[in-house]
Design a protein around this ligand. Sequence first.
Ligand SMILES: C[S@@+](CC[C@H](N)C(=O)[O-])C[C@H]1O[C@@H](n2cnc3c(N)ncnc32)[C@H](O)[C@@H]1O
Length: 316
Amino acid sequence: MAGSFSHTPALLSETLEYLAPFPHGSFVDGTLGGGGHAAEILERSAPDGILIGLDRDPDALHAARERLAGYGERLRTVQASFRDLTRVLEQLDQTRVDGVLLDLGVSSPQLDRRERGFSFAHTDAPLDMRMDRDNGETAADLLARLSSAELARTFREYGDLRGSRRLAAAIVDARRSSPLRTVGDLVAVIEAAGVGRGRKHNPATLVFQALRIAVNDELEALGEGLEAAIDALRPGRCVVVLAYHSLEDRIVKNHLRDAARRCTCPPETPVCVCAGVRRVELLTRRPVRPTPEEVRANPRARSARLRAARRLPEAV
Ligand SMILES: C[S@@+](CC[C@H](N)C(=O)[O-])C[C@H]1O[C@@H](n2cnc3c(N)ncnc32)[C@H](O)[C@@H]1O
């Protein structure tokens, strides 16, 4: 299993530079995935550093546990969303940590395994797209349940798809004769609706991205996860986030920028009511991108954007 669950970590040396793992430290990898970043954090925090690894996907956790078995008790894994980090840390009696990593999105094995339904290349795959396959609605469920207006909003807001309303209407029309069950069913409707032609991205890429975000409630989880990560950090320690599309990256940028401001009241508020304190210092004004060499070696890293922030002492 571990051998077949292989994911090359993106921006690995840059991530380690900001996280700066050290012996005795306790770190969180909120997106354990194939355990690539985790292995290096464990190496560099030897002999007694701790890594708490979260993932929503039980397959990923299983593979990461196998791969990282040699680190014994130093690795603690929990099947959970990083949006629940505060609760997870409380349950582990670990309220503050020395670094948090969130490497967003899906891993290579999730994309490559046809039965997960994440890739539009696997036309006979079921339309699942859940990271946690034991819970929640599948993409097929959403395509069957959402109204035309809700589908259009999903494709527009999460995929920036030109022709969102046309595609939503085509889906509603198609499902009247038979439900959309497979990736191929959806791809056929996208092609017939003729949406997003002539744009940089294949329209199916945008539609699949939008559905995946909706199925997994990814953007809400990201906002909550960032908040929980900042809360969990000891002063002087860092949160590092790797985003893979502009929607995610905008949320990370805005959230960290707000946490780095003293006052977060809306501009029209005459007097500050938030009693705001700066909680972090931004370490990356612009996102760090992979080098051309990294992209050549690992094409899936090409869209990665890293942002990092350092927790300030409470009273700043
Ligand atoms: C890009 S991969 C991480 C790869 C990992 N850094 C490595 O080096 O192998 C993203 C992983 O995060 C998980 N994931 C995505 N959103 C999550 C969330 N809200 N909470 C926990 N895990 C999540 C996915 O299931 C996937 O395994």
